[in-house]
Design a protein around this ligand. Structure first.
Ligand code: MF3
Ligand code: CO
Length: 258
């Protein structure tokens, strides 16, 4: 069953997601060569708790941190550690909160210093794919319309989308029943209705789509070792397009056509 949220519930979801967005914008300001992913995670956890929320990833199936920070060939679920960022790398940061029982979830991929043209293109394309998906997430369209537009956008640039992880419904749980593949499944799937809450999160690889999980049981990396990007917004389905709940005016992503 896919839940339709009332406007007062949407406001609580907005608060949870605004905390996520604020954390991501602050972490973006701290990205520089030498900073460790643990340093970033500490800032995130403090900010989340100061704002009266809980870091929802921590303790989820035993996950040990407030954020997932994935560098270069790490696709998602990188565990914060003493690893320091280096000039030229790309880093994805995924943050989740719970505020008054309502969940926030969003992610961005950022450059550390100067990055090469292919990495820049990978980041821009993944961001554009999310933007297009949000535009199409309106009443009457289907879940597969989202996957199709993401896959098309990325394939056009020669990139591939990860098939092992999908976007999801979000609300009073971090993962609610609805699954949102980032590719064309060949079937329309669920029809979108006003008030549905979706976390849309394309994961896009420079090379092949294949991934594997490291021995830590969490970190997903590309099999070919090439870089990967990840952007995510939590949105509410509206009459004309998706409305972004994890919006930040300090850090803009997923809004290229909105
Ligand atoms: N934001 C991710 C998701 O939507 C990461 C959650 S995994 C966790 O699934 F274990 F870190 F919580
Ligand atoms: Co998510």
């Amino acid at each position: 069953m896919v839940v339709i949220r009332s406007e007062w519930e949407i406001e609580l979801l907005r608060t949870a997601n605004q905390i996520v967005a604020e954390v991501l914008a602050t972490l973006a300001e701290h990205i520089r060569p030498g900073i460790t992913t643990k340093d970033l995670d500490k800032i995130a956890e403090e900010m989340i708790r100061e704002r009266g929320a809980i870091p929802s990833f921590k303790g989820y199936r035993g996950y040990p941190a407030a954020t997932c920070i994935s560098i270069e060939d790490e696709v998602v679920h990188g565990i914060p550690s003493k690893r320091a960022l280096k000039e030229g790398e790309i880093v994805s940061i995924d943050v989740g909160t719970c505020y008054c029982g309502y969940y926030g979830d969003a992610a961005v991929t950022l450059p550390c210093g100067d990055i090469d043209a292919q990495r820049k293109k990978l980041i821009e394309t993944t961001d554009l794919a999310l933007s297009k998906a949000i535009c199409i997430a309106k009443e009457g369209n289907t879940i597969n319309d989202i996957g199709k537009i993401i896959e098309d956008t990325c394939k056009k640039e020669g990139f591939s989308v990860v098939r092992d992880f999908v976007g999801h419904g979000i609300g009073t749980e971090m993962h609610e029943p609805l699954q949102i593949p980032n590719f064309d499944t060949g079937k329309p799937g669920v029809r979108l209705r006003k008030g549905m809450i979706l976390a849309i999160e394309p994961m896009v690889n420079m090379g092949t789509s294949a991934i594997r999980i490291l021995n830590d049981g969490w970190t997903a990396v590309t099999r070919d070792g090439l870089p990967s990007a990840h952007f995510e917004h939590s949105i509410v389905v509206r009459e004309d397009k998706g409305e972004i709940l994890s919006y930040s005016e300090k850090l803009i992503w997923g809004q290229q056509n909105n």
